[in-house]
Ligand binder design. Structure first.
Ligand SMILES: Nc1nc2c([nH]c(=O)n2[C@H]2C[C@H](O)[C@@H](COP(=O)(O)OP(=O)(O)OP(=O)(O)O)O2)c(=O)[nH]1
Length: 132
């Protein structure tokens, strides 16, 4: 049997007009608990990436994405599995992002984020944001 392919995970960088981006804290007991990430989650079978992004941000934050563009697809290897972190910048949404799953939420300008507090793959996303 062929080995399973990488896990396709959607991540949304919500960006406010003042340049701040939203990061959320990974809950206790989960992989990378206590580190910060961009909200999102696993793409479902047969789901197209934009639809998965919209669904995940609705489920986690209670918002409706209105405008987003793809930033990068980042292949990443953790010890137990491989990831494709499909990252979009979200520039317009309806509603106010809230912690629907009890997760910590913080807004920071990318320059103010501490890389070591982010999930390892997200440190590469941060470098892309800072370079843009
Ligand atoms: N959502 C999200 N996941 C990320 C990011 N960076 C990163 O390494 N990951 C990893 C953490 C998880 O191992 C994996 C899948 O994320 P997830 O949010 O669906 O996973 P989870 O552990 O909460 O699992 P589940 O309970 O939802 O099934 O991707 C990121 O910026 N956003």
């Amino acid at each position: 049997m062929a080995p399973p392919g990488p896990l396709h995970v959607m991540a949304g960088v919500l960006r406010r007009p003042d340049g701040a981006v939203l990061v959320t804290e990974r809950p206790p007991g989960k992989h990378l608990a206590g580190l910060w990430e961009f909200p999102g989650g696993k793409l479902e079978p047969d789901e197209i990436p934009f639809a998965g992004l919209v669904r995940e941000l609705r489920e986690e934050l209670g918002i409706e994405v209105r405008e987003a563009y793809p930033l990068l697809v980042l292949p990443w290897r953790y010890e137990a599995f491989q990831l494709l972190l499909d990252t979009w910048v979200v520039t317009a949404w309806d509603g106010t992002p809230g912690p629907l799953e009890g997760q910590g939420l913080q807004w920071h300008r990318p320059e103010a984020l501490t890389p070591a507090q982010l999930a390892p793959a997200d440190q590469a996303i941060l470098r892309t944001l800072l370079a843009g």
